[in-house]
Design a binder for this molecule. Structure first.
Ligand code: FCB
Length: 468
């Protein structure tokens, strides 16, 4: 990331050699990798897939370097190679999402058999390698046809999402048991409708509040459907949750508002059955009798995505009453400009574990870089290794202090389409040469593989000796 002063900021973390920081993690801890449909699949016009809002957005030239998701990592065709990579890693689990417009091109109505068959092939191939599939229903690629009808701003979205959830449950529920309803609902509502980036923002605060509530209701309806139709299901939802740090003392109230909108607007009603202040008052006008009970359905786990804290400034003009402030200059950042603060990860794990009283799975954590191969074609991403070592160490510390964490999934298996940054930011354990689609496992890939191997050996040792 280039800072405002034009200087490329580099993290100051250094990987230390020696033991992996996993000694306090529970036995049979799940080590996984995560991806999402739009970011890797490509094949956006193949086999009857309909357009999503991200196709539309990208084709307006709104993405860095005018990138689009048209080809992405070509995972639609190369998924066997990608599953082989997961096998080499020794991953226990793979989190992916289904592209709603691939299976329901109009968002509802007639399903697309060829799109459904792709996920059959994918799921069967994952299961054949003994990796557990974790299926997320919605990772932001709303069918354009539904957006045209109002998308998440209309109460009809509850019915549309229910129809989609029913299709997925009935088609894959014989083989998939782990389901997440949404990925980071606060991000796609706040950025899709609230702040946007000046390109997609449409919202008055009234529209934003309505959408928050409807997404919550859609979640509750989908949980009911999955629970009723999938025997042995294990259901959760995936939230970004980050300490909201006021940039200055004058921003303290804004930081509280950020915490309500960014962190709690979805998990509080979903897991605790109530909206946090001050949202509770703003949502009142759209709340119908029984809504909170419809949202708050029993769940099996809390899915956490975490990268860094947010620095908050006061901004009464913005729809949610806060804006984004500067981080203190001494805090290191990743090349894509995200503060590196492992201690905030530890704090977050302790917070969510206590607040929501359920097992926590870290379903995303990773390092956004600008990796390039060296003259030998190798990608020596020591910065990423240092980041992972520090963050996994922080997770280990959180567990030692009582957080109930059961799994960790790296974002991401592959470099991929990083939303508005396009392909300019790389999060993968595997480098993608987009010109040839060649996959090159980075140094971090080998590091993570060795960590998983060590963890499994510890588990085996426990089984024979009875001690950690
Ligand atoms: C998360 C998103 C994921 C990816 C990472 C870097 O907010 O869920 O798709 O873009 O950030």
């Amino acid at each position: 990331m280039i800072a405002a002063d034009g200087v490329v900021q580099r993290p100051v973390l250094k990987a230390t050699s020696g033991a992996f920081p996993i000694g306090r993690l529970p036995r049979n801890f799940i080590w996984g990798v995560s991806t999402s449909s739009f970011q890797i699949e490509g094949a956006t016009q193949e086999d009857g897939r309909g357009p999503s809002v991200w196709d539309t957005h990208a084709h307006k030239g709104a993405i860095a370097n005018h990138d689009t998701g048209d080809v992405a990592c070509d995972h639609y065709h190369r998924y066997p190679e990608d599953i082989a990579l997961m096998q080499q890693l020794g991953a226990n689990a793979y989190r992916f999402s289904v592209s709603w417009p691939r299976v329901l091109p109009q968002g509802r109505g007639t399903p697309n058999e060829r799109g459904l068959a792709f996920y059959d092939r994918l799921i069967d191939a994952i299961l054949a390698t003994n990796i557990e599939p974790w299926l997320c229903l919605y990772h932001w690629d709303l069918p354009q046809a539904l957006d045209d009808l109002g998308g998440w701003t209309t109460r009809d979205c509850i019915e549309w999402f229910s129809e989609y959830a029913t299709l997925i449950a009935d088609r894959y529920g014989d083989r998939v048991k782990r389901f997440a309803t949404f990925n980071e609902p606060s991000i796609f509502t706040l950025f899709g409708l609230g702040f946007g980036n000046g390109k997609r923002a449409v919202a008055s605060s009234e529209v934003l509040h309505r959408s928050i509530h409807y997404v919550n209701l859609a979640h509750g309806a989908a949980v009911d459907i999955l629970r009723a139709r999938v025997a042995g299901s294990s259901i959760g939802v995936i939230h970004n949750y980050q300490p909201c740090i006021p940039s200055t003392a004058a921003d303290a109230e804004a930081a509280k508002r950020c915490d309500a909108y960014w962190n709690k607007a979805f998990p509080d009603p979903q897991y605790l059955g109530r909206y946090p202040e001050p949202l509770d008052r703003s949502i009142e006008s759209v709340l119908q009798p029984g809504d909170l009970a419809r949202i708050s359905k029993p769940l099996d786990w809390f899915g956490l995505n975490h990268y860094s804290p947010v620095f908050v400034s006061d901004n009464r003009e913005s729809v949610a009453g806060f804006g984004f402030g500067e981080r203190p200059a001494e805090i290191p950042v990743t090349p894509n400009g995200w503060p590196i603060m492992p201690h905030a990860f530890e704090e977050t794990l302790l917070t969510v574990s206590k607040r929501y009283s359920l097992p926590v799975y870290v379903l995303e954590n990773g390092f956004g870089g600008t990796d390039t191969p060296d003259v030998n074609g190798a990608v020596d991403d020591t910065d990423r290794i240092a980041f992972m070592q520090a963050y996994i160490g922080a997770m280990n510390d959180a567990v030692a202090k009582g957080a109930d964490v059961r799994g960790y999934f790296v974002w991401s298996l592959l470099d991929n389409f990083e939303w508005d940054a396009g392909y300019s930011v790389r999060f993968g354990l595997t480098y993608i040469d987009y010109a040839t689609q060649r996959r090159v496992p980075k140094a971090s890939f080998a590091w993570y593989r060795d960590l998983i191997k060590t963890a499994r050996a510890n588990d085996a040792g426990f089984k024979t000796s009875g001690k950690r």
